[in-house]
Design a protein around this ligand. Structure first.
Ligand code: SAM
Length: 296
């Protein structure tokens, strides 16, 4: 029986930080959540049950981890900061269903580690209050991972959340929107005021939920090539797709003729900007330029 107040209360968080003489490391994106209502909403967005195996990125001092441990089957948490490992050993001592690894999530081998810890790499969920300085690399890593997640529920800067969910012609629409929306179904579950953290981050935050993409929707011939191609198309977002495609493939006469042929065959006006094209059009362009020999 655990008689301590929840870790994620302002008083207990402050007491833990004081006792270990810790101050939140800005360089590691340490902002600790101290609002139990928000934590409950996060676990609800992940629809956790006692059968779930959950990966957490950056447990910090264990505020979210504790809430996950109370609801899920097993929690595997990756924390890069070695100084927090003894803290977590103490704060999470009442829970026997938590495994903490002192590892950089960007270096982790999730297929092998999850099989070792959970005995499976299927049906897993990810729940995390992300370190904001590496939000995009973590999201890109998770959505391209060989491990297929049942859902991914992550806190990030509101501005990045808006990029993930933006639609064509919106200011926030760019390569990240296209890639994430092809690989998953993203939605902003709710926004979070900066008063919910110690210390308060300077930016607004949002919880994003990523669900698996509809398996019946058209896939590009190569996910890797699609991602590289989309990034290339948005190199100069104020310029036309015609200009950007020359940046991707080349400006010689033969290449330009093939670029033009591809656009014509897909009925795409060469003068539109990349931000006017839909996700499906980027998939179609990827396959078209593969068919025409510009993408290997
Ligand atoms: N989960 C805690 C909470 O919600 O209160 C802390 C979240 S804090 C925003 C982000 C955490 O990620 C910090 O504990 C930080 O040390 C950790 N972190 C930063 N970079 C990391 C990385 N590359 N791999 C794993 N953890 C990382």
């Amino acid at each position: 029986m655990n008689n301590n107040p929840a870790i994620a209360t302002p008083a207990r968080t402050q007491a833990i930080l004081n006792r270990y003489n810790l101050s939140a490391k800005k360089s590691l994106g340490q902002n600790f959540l101290t609002d139990l209502n928000i934590l409950t909403q996060i676990t609800e967005a992940a629809e956790l049950t006692s059968n779930d195996n959950v990966i957490e990125i950056g447990p910090g001092i264990g505020g979210l981890t504790e809430q996950l441990a109370q609801r899920a089957g097993h929690v595997l948490a990756f924390e890069i900061d070695q100084n927090l490992i003894p803290v977590l050993a103490e704060t999470l001592a009442p829970y026997d269903n938590v495994t903490v690894l002192n590892q950089d999530i960007l270096q982790a081998n999730l297929p092998d580690t999850t099989k070792e810890i959970f005995g499976t790499d299927e049906g897993l969920k990810v729940v995390a209050n992300l370190p904001y300085y590496i939000t995009t690399p973590i999201v890109m890593d998770l959505i391209q991972n060989p491990v297929q997640f049942a859902n991914i529920v992550v806190m990030m800067q509101k501005e990045v959340a808006e990029r993930l969910t933006a639609t064509p012609r919106q200011k926030a629409y760019g390569s990240l929107s296209v890639i994430v929306q092809q690989l998953t179904v993203p939605e902003i579950a709710f926004t979070v005021p900066n008063t919910a953290f110690i210390p308060s981050p300077k930016v607004d935050s949002a919880i994003v939920r990523l669900l698996p993409a509809d398996p019946s929707k058209p896939q590009p011939y190569s996910q890797k090539r699609f991602i590289g191609f989309v990034r290339g198309c948005f190199m100069h977002r104020r310029k036309s797709i015609w200009n950007n495609l020359q940046g991707v493939f080349g400006k010689d006469a033969t290449t330009k003729a093939v670029i033009k042929q591809g656009l014509e065959q897909l009925n795409i006006d060469a003068g539109v900007r990349p931000e006017e094209l839909t996700v499906a059009q980027f998939v179609a362009l990827t396959d078209k330029y593969h068919e025409l020999g510009l993408l290997k």
